[in-house]
Design a protein around this ligand. Structure first.
Ligand code: ZN
Length: 420
């Protein structure tokens, strides 16, 4: 594999380190000018001035070159919360919502997530893989190089495993890396509406072991929310996951304070996600336990709730904050991390630097990948995004456009916005 030399950059902007940044540190982003980047064997081998690069690596005559054209280089975005393997589409339900129906009302009338469950159960594994690949193409074009992807629209053993296999197959052939999560406890399936206890048992005793034994999942997730799974049920599912080697993460406190954040702290989860309705006790517990808050402002935006997670309180409490798309057909239909970045700055009140850390290093750390990805520094995997922007600030300042000029994955240029 040829070395890659990235030159003519106006700026390299990155958080540094292998641990999540929290509190005042969350906004500690290096903005370097006059530097070049060398990638070797898929990793970042050098970040520094041209003269130093010449001294260490010489002319690099055989290397590939990426002309930065005065742009800004940032770490590849890491999207730590998506629901990629779904079939079907819910634009009619979206129109109902525009006419005034709430998400909960649509769910109660048999629409919502259960319509996606029906479509996903009916889809074959090949079709799901194709759908996932299409979404990964859009992710890559918007700068995402690693994403978490959840099952959760199968809600029975075979269909959950089918979703996880589609994630694996897509990840093997696409430049974007996917990290798989079992979310069998996303909703109670229709056939268990009157026997929900039996479904929780099925998840704990059949679906979790089957996914773990097949090596198809790294994490176990649960939708802990009033009207979905209780704290007690969520604890059972996540403890079962942990017995089978799947680390816990949670959908917590999205619509009301359901105790999910406190459960995440109690279990030492890698993340608690959503947190729009988190209580002061939940904030205190997460801070003490060091649980990362994954915020999904696209959901607040798409559901038009005008209520966002208390991001500033979370940062000030010393909780590492990460950002994700929540890409799914019902409550946040986007693959774009730059869109989420804009919402984080405009609606969550995070600074541009805090948002960059949240969309890269902190997101990587909450997937257990902080040693590998999430920053532009020597030794890390060369997953990089070249922005068509003179500095980092444009990532929020120039909104509604795709800022990505090129994407480097594992030291290779895998995407360019215009033909090279
Ligand atoms: Zn979700």
């Amino acid at each position: 594999m040829a070395d890659l030399l990235i030159q003519n950059l106006s700026e390299v902007a990155t958080a540094l380190g292998v641990e999540p940044l929290r509190g005042a540190e969350q906004g500690r982003v290096e903005r370097l000018s006059g530097v070049e980047v060398v990638c070797r064997d898929g990793r970042i081998a050098f970040v520094g001035p041209s003269a130093e690069r010449m001294a260490r690596f010489g002319e690099m005559a055989g290397a590939e070159r990426l002309d930065g054209e005065g742009g800004t280089l940032v770490p590849g975005f890491v999207d730590p919360h998506t629901h990629l393997p779904w079939a079907g589409s819910r634009e009619e339900e979206f129109r109902m919502r525009l006419a005034g129906a709430t998400y909960q009302e649509i769910s109660a009338s048999g629409g919502g997530i259960l319509s996606t469950v029906a479509a996903t159960r009916a889809a074959g594994e090949d079709e799901l893989e194709r759908l996932v690949l299409g979404r990964m193409d859009r992710m890559l074009a918007w700068g995402t190089t690693t994403a978490e992807a959840k099952s959760g629209y199968g809600l029975d053993r075979d269909d959950e495993l089918k979703q996880l296999r589609a994630i694996h197959r897509a990840s093997e052939i696409h430049p974007v890396d996917l990290v798989p999560t079992l979310l069998a406890a996303h909703e109670v399936p229709p056939e268990h509406r009157d026997t929900r206890e039996r479904y929780v048992e099925l998840v704990c005793e059949e679906i979790v072991p089957a996914a773990a034994e097949a090596g198809l999942a790294r994490f176990c997730d649960v939708f802990c929310e009033h009207g979905v799974f209780t704290v007690e049920e969520s604890r059972r599912v996540l403890e079962s996951g942990r017995r089978w080697g799947l680390a816990p993460r949670l959908h917590a406190d999205e619509f009301e304070d359901s105790g999910g954040a406190r459960l995440a702290a109690e279990l030492g989860a890698l993340s608690a996600d959503h947190l729009i309705a988190i209580s002061p006790a939940g904030i205190e517990a997460m801070a003490a336990a060091g649980v990362t808050a994954v915020l999904l402002p696209g959901t607040s935006f798409f559901l038009m709730k005008h209520t966002y997670a208390p991001a500033r309180h979370l940062v000030e409490a010393g909780i590492p904050v990460a950002l994700a798309t929540d890409c799914n057909p019902g409550s946040s239909h986007t693959e774009s991390m730059p869109m989420i970045f804009v919402l984080a700055v405009y609606e969550l009140g995070l600074s541009i630097e805090e948002s960059l850390t949240a969309a890269t290093l902190n997101a990587a750390c909450c997937l257990g990948l902080g040693e590998e990805i999430g920053s532009v520094e020597e030794g890390k995997r060369a997953d990089l995004v070249l922005l068509d922007a003179p500095n980092l600030l444009h990532l929020a300042y120039h909104y509604g456009v795709n800022p990505v000029a090129a994407v480097v994955k594992g030291g290779r240029v895998v995407f360019t916005a215009s033909p090279p």
